[in-house]
Design a protein around this ligand. Structure first.
Ligand SMILES: [Zn+2]
Length: 193
């Protein structure tokens, strides 16, 4: 994808995350892969409703070098490792969406109960990567491993990662994961009641 086009899309996606309530507690981050070694990602520590496409950062995910003076999201390595693991993926979204974060805090894998959800999520079970401190090599590697055979992974105590061949697909995965986690939580409540 064209770099300018990707910057516009990533910028708009930040606002969409807010609008759809997928970043309940803190900001998530969004990226689009533009070629075999570069991605455009949201900047670090900025409010999405004050950003313009020029604030999006072009990063090489092999050297971690970036263009310009604006710092990329501190979670850039998480995005980069996913692109290296899943070479057909073109977009990564990291959110702190509510229901998925509840399951992630419990460090449980999610059984996907609905057949349609399974198709969109690409698996019957969404794995929870074991706990590791944010932005460490351990968490990026563990999360990339957890997402090897599905379109989403939970990160223990730290939200989720959703991927897609397009940004729109990644959003659909995020929305579907939220529904799947809500159903999973409800099914557990029934059993213990
Ligand atoms: Zn995060």
């Amino acid at each position: 994808m064209d770099i300018q086009e990707a910057k516009k899309k990533v910028c708009a996606a930040g606002l969409q995350l807010l609008r759809e309530g997928l970043v309940a507690r803190t900001w998530g981050n969004v990226s689009i892969k533009v070629n075999d070694r570069q991605m455009v990602i949201t900047p670090s520590g900025r409010k999405y409703d004050e950003l313009t496409p020029e604030d999006m950062v072009l990063v090489d995910f092999y050297t971690w070098k970036y263009e310009g003076n604006i710092k990329p999201s501190s979670e850039l390595k998480l995005h980069g490792e996913v692109y290296k693991t899943r070479t057909h993926i073109n977009s990564v979204i990291h959110t702190h969406q509510m229901f998925a974060s509840i399951v992630a805090a419990a460090q449980k894998d999610v059984e996907v109960l609905d057949e349609t959800h399974r198709k969109i999520l690409g698996a019957a079970v969404i794995k929870a990567a074991p706990y590791a401190l944010p932005n460490t090599k351990k968490i990026t590697v563990e999360t990339a491993k957890s997402i090897e055979s599905s379109n989403a992974a939970l990160m223990a105590n730290h939200g989720v990662v959703c991927i897609g061949t397009t940004l729109e697909n990644a959003f659909e995965v995020a929305r579907t994961l939220e529904k799947a986690c809500e159903m999973f939580i409800a099914s557990k409540k029934k059993k213990t009641a």
